[in-house]
Design a protein around this ligand. Structure first.
Ligand SMILES: Cc1ncc(COP(=O)(O)O)c(C=O)c1O
Length: 355
């Protein structure tokens, strides 16, 4: 007897980047932050009263919601929090789409969208990025036949952004469709539309503390939108799990939000390192897509993506390679510390030397 549901029998789950335990790698494969979280986070953990863990956390995470609302100049009713932005994005499907509804997203984008669509029997319409892997806003204007649109901005795994004004044209021209903007990497760019959610009832922005805030292990993400959208997400959450954000994570994230200066420094360092690394790779015959994220997407003129991935891995450097259409020649490289980037570049140099 196979007890799996029809849905689970046919689903192809998302493949998360490796978290290897066998040896120490220069780990540049899952877009984590190479720097530690703010010292305020460490202080909060040390001072956290373990006795509090006896109790359930606040199911509404009011302190956290207030701190996020404050950061974005919004009201708490415009904020929904969850256990990582993956959870928040996943909850959007049952909240806003019915079986056989169709949603549109780019052909090359975060590959979890298609898994959630499958999970909730929502149809996917893939809209190709152009030949330079740019999203053309004109392809999304007044889209017919879909119930929603998901745009990752800056996009993953390409790193390329779409400008704020072009994105808002998509939102404006599709007033009857929900536009979800996944800004997982938004802090590294200047294309965020987070502060416009109250102007557009069909705009939902999803963000995370996993990347720029160096808190991937704490698991916290959030959505910003008008009250009706946020209430929709709360309905789903409260029908699944009342306590998605634990008490320690709530305290840690509130502390992180208070240290704006520290994180501004981290973001500047990563962005500067990204540009240096991209230039160095271009000198070694790589095509590097223009990135506004904490990673770059690069393809060598003569070596395949899998060759680079495997050779780097053998030499202790882990990057990400996707076997999917259009992008199998590329590798995605997370920006690490200056030292890590030096190791990466010297290993790449050895690989490409005779090619
Ligand atoms: C585009 C994009 N969205 C969302 C996420 C999920 O992040 P988290 O669940 O850690 O908040 C990721 C993680 O890599 C991502 O790349």
């Amino acid at each position: 007897m196979n007890y799996l549901s029809r849905r689970c029998k046919s689903i192809l789950p998302y493949t998360a980047g490796e978290q290897p335990q066998d040896k120490r790698y220069v780990k540049l494969n899952t877009n984590e932050c190479p720097y530690p979280p703010s010292p305020e986070v460490e202080k909060t953990i040390k001072e956290f009263d373990a006795g509090r863990l006896r109790l359930y956390p606040d199911p509404e995470n009011k302190k956290l919601v207030a701190a996020i609302a404050d950061r974005h100049g919004l009201s708490p009713e415009n904020v929904f929090v969850g256990n990582g932005s993956d959870e928040v994005l996943c909850m959007c499907f049952p909240a806003f789409f019915d079986e056989n509804d169709e949603i549109a997203y780019a052909d090359v984008t975060y590959s979890f969208y298609k898994v959630w669509a499958h999970m909730f029997d929502v149809k996917s319409r893939k809209i190709p990025l152009d030949d330079e892997f740019k999203l053309l806003h004109t392809d999304y204007l007044d889209l017919q036949g879909v119930k929603g649109i998901i745009i990752c901005n800056p996009n993953a795994p390409t790193g390329t952004p779409i400008g704020r004004l072009d994105l808002l044209k998509i939102v404006e021209s599709n007033p009857d469709k929900l536009v979800i903007v996944d800004e997982a990497y938004g802090e590294f760019a200047s294309c965020s539309v987070a502060n416009r959610v109250c102007d557009y009832p069909n705009l939902l922005v999803v963000k995370t503390f996993s990347k720029a805030y160096a808190l991937a292990g704490a698991r916290c993400g959030y959505a910003l939108g008008n009250k009706a959208l946020i209430d929709g997400l709360k309905l789903v959450k409260n029908s699944m799990n009342s306590y998605t954000v634990n008490a320690l994570t709530e305290a840690i994230v509130v502390a992180a939000l208070e240290d704006k200066k520290y994180y501004a420094g981290v973001i500047d360092k990563i962005n500067a390192e990204r540009e240096e690394t991209a230039d160095a790779l271009r000198e070694m015959d790589f095509e590097v897509l223009p990135s506004s994220s904490n990673f770059i997407f690069a393809k060598h003129k003569r070596l395949s993506g899998s060759e680079i991935y495997f050779q780097l891995k053998e030499n202790g450097v882990l990057v990400r390679h996707f076997k999917s259409d259009r992008i199998s020649d590329f590798v995605r490289i997370t920006i690490g510390t200056h030292e890590e980037m030096k190791v990466l570049l010297s290993e790449v140099k050895k690989i490409v030397r005779h090619k």
